[in-house]
Design a protein around this ligand. Structure first.
Ligand SMILES: [Fe+2]
Length: 237
């Protein structure tokens, strides 16, 4: 990948974004300048340690704490984790993190002048079931400014990480919301070269899955490999 005076190693895998995407400024600093060196996987990388459902309690309702309800639009996000053949991937640890309804992360590095919510941590985790399905309840995240360029705002999004059977098997991606006017302006979303692959990061509004008087639903499937693969933030081998 050549961008201006920089030449970067590593090519995109399928619909994944390249490691260097000049409009997404911080990739200019962190993209490797030399080809990656393959490290042969040993049983250590292919097996444990991994967190199982017996060692961690699920946190699948981010919309409230013991002290009260979080502020904002309550939503349900559900879908399945599938392999390249469309078969379900059960027992996968999915972790999520996101900004609150006002567009601020509960993290010291986030100094955006938007209110924090004492009843919203913005982090969750859960495992896929036998059919590869997952479901969590949260608050629709707000857009936030990120200083990549003048007047830069991230579209509303939820970060997701998937662990396989070992820590070395990790994939990271982001889920977006339909009809967000910021998508066409976002250098991270648009770092994904293929329009079809970009669409696979946008969840689908699901009226059927919504709960009357309580929460709207959005459907988001995560496909690990193949033509319908979800774009991930690191190259896969
Ligand atoms: Fe974010």
């Amino acid at each position: 990948v050549t961008a201006g005076r920089w030449t970067y190693a590593a090519a995109p895998h399928g619909g994944d974004p390249p490691l260097a995407s000049p409009d997404y400024k911080s990739t200019r600093l962190r993209a490797p300048l030399r080809p990656p060196v393959p490290i042969p996987q040993t049983p250590t990388e292919r097996s444990g340690p991994a967190f199982g459902a017996e060692t961690l309690a699920p946190l699948d309702d981010l919309s409230r704490t013991e002290g009260g309800d979080a502020q904002g639009q309550r939503i349900i996000v559900h879908g399945r984790v599938l392999d390249g053949r469309g078969l379900p991937v059960p027992r996968t640890l999915v972790e999520v993190w996101q900004a609150n309804a006002a567009g601020r992360y509960a993290h010291e590095a986030d100094q955006h002048a938007a209110p924090l919510d004492p009843h919203f941590s913005g982090v969750g985790r859960f495992w896929t079931g036998e059919g590869g399905a997952f479901r969590f309840v949260t608050i629709k995240p707000g857009a936030y400014p990120w200083r990549n360029h003048w007047n830069a705002w991230r579209p509303a999004h939820i970060h997701l990480s998937l662990f396989g059977e070992a820590f070395a098997q990790r994939l990271v991606t982001q889920m977006y919301f339909p009809d967000d006017p910021l998508l066409s302006h976002d250098p991270i979303f648009n770092a994904i070269p293929d329009e079809g692959a970009r669409r696979r990061l946008v969840s689908r509004f699901d009226l059927e899955g919504s709960e009357p008087e309580r929460a709207l639903a959005f459907h988001f499937d995560i496909v690990l490999r193949g033509r319908e693969s979800t774009p991930f933030e690191e190259p896969r081998r």
